[in-house]
Design a protein around this ligand. Structure first.
Ligand code: NAD
Ligand code: UDP
Length: 330
């Protein structure tokens, strides 16, 4: 899209400016693509902890600025900001222990700085929350009204409890400063630019299958997840962020795919879509690993007419070439 076609801040001649924290990560980089495609000027703030410069290396637009910045520190000064997307946070359960304090602070202090940036500029904010706020859910599927079952002192707490705090802080800012803040509770999402060494199940299984190694099933594989392809997820995030204030300000929406599958069944799909001799091996189930997970997406579907359109199988087929390339390059 040319500069002339970029969305303008109403009443001005200014192109809309989006700040995206975590924009060099998996989801953040796809969000950046979508915003640039729609003509926004975009500034990425990322510390490259789990993200990579290569995730944005394909971008040629002069409307993108990337700054190495840790969101635990106050944001740089900007002249104008129209929307802040707070996507920064490591999200792999393996990091919940190895990077516990960093994660807890990214979703507390980092959220504070994102909200302060939005407040300073009278901008809209979108906070990336997670299905992990529901913990080992006692309600299935999980709707936005379910308050969750989270272990405050468990190994996942630096992530799930800090995401809960992040949401609580957003609500506090909304009420105290009458800001326009929206929250997206993101369910398991996969696609190109996920780090093959990330430790989450789709990158692990794809990497193992492509290398002909055994797929590592944690526990007996009866636990379920519902996997969303990245393009669907980004469309959902944008639907929430772009909606008029009357229908979205101050609200929270689940975003994800409702196609629920056990981890054991996921191995069958992977072994079907990857040409491999891999078998399976069983490892202990991590503590507090949620037994079931499926989003109730009736709220986002009824309010914004959004629903996922890419099946797990199709999404995996679109993801495999990226993993093949990464395994060759690395
Ligand atoms: P990712 O690790 O690929 O991306 C996170 C990005 O944030 C990386 O680029 C990383 O370098 C950056 N980052 C982390 N801490 C930072 C800090 N302190 N300062 C600056 N940058 C920092 O993970 P992702 O899967 O793309 O997740 C993006 C967001 O979506 C996260 O907030 C995550 O909690 C949320 N989310 C993702 C999923 C999923 O399935 N992918 C599910 C639920 C929620
Ligand atoms: N898992 C697995 N093998 C792996 C990685 C993960 O069986 O190599 C399981 C994990 O225990 C969980 C599910 O797959 O039950 C999804 O894990 P992931 O880390 O992708 O995300 P989570 O939903 O736990 O945040």
């Amino acid at each position: 899209m040319s500069e002339d076609e970029s969305p303008l801040q109403p009443g001005t001649e200014r192109i809309m400016h989006a700040v995206v924290t975590g924009g060099a990560g998996f989801l953040g980089s796809h969000l950046v693509d979508s915003l640039l495609e729609d003509g926004f000027r975009v500034t990425v703030l990322d510390n490259y902890g789990s993200g990579r410069e290569e995730n944005l290396a394909h971008v040629e637009s002069s409307r993108l600025t990337v700054q190495k910045h840790d969101v635990r520190d106050p944001f740089p000064e900007f002249k104008t900001v129209d929307v802040v997307y707070h996507m920064a946070s490591r999200a792999s359960p393996e990091d919940f222990t190895s990077h516990a304090v960093e994660i807890a602070l990214t979703n507390s202090q980092g959220t504070k700085h994102a909200l302060e940036c939005a407040r300073d500029h009278d901008a809209r904010a979108l906070i990336a929350s997670t299905s992990e706020v529901y913990g080992n859910a006692g309600e299935h599927p999980q709707s936005e009204t379910y308050n969750g079952n989270v272990n405050i002192r468990g190994p996942r707490a630096p992530y799930d409890e800090s995401k809960r705090f992040s949401e609580a802080l957003a609500v506090a800012y909304e009420r105290k400063y009458e800001m326009d803040i929206r929250t997206a509770r993101i369910f398991n999402t996969f696609g190109p630019r996920m780090d093959p060494n990330d430790g989450r199940v789709v990158p692990n299984f794809l990497t193992q299958a492509l290398r002909g190694e055994d797929l590592t099933i944690y526990g007996d594989g009866s636990q379920t997840r519902s996997f969303c392809y990245v393009s669907d997820l980004i469309a959902g995030i944008r639907a929430i962020a772009d909606a008029p204030a009357e229908v979205a300000a101050g609200d929270v929406f689940n975003v994800g795919n409702t196609e629920e599958i056990s981890i054991q069944e996921l191995t069958d799909v992977i072994l079907d879509v990857v040409d491999t001799d891999s078998g399976m091996t069983y490892k202990p189930l991590p503590q507090d690993d949620p037994e079931v997970r499926r989003p109730d997406i009736s709220k986002i579907t009824s309010q914004f007419d959004w629903k996922p359109s890419i099946s797990l199988r199709t999404g995996l087929k679109r993801t495999i070439p990226y993993f093949e390339q990464r395994l060759t390059d690395d």
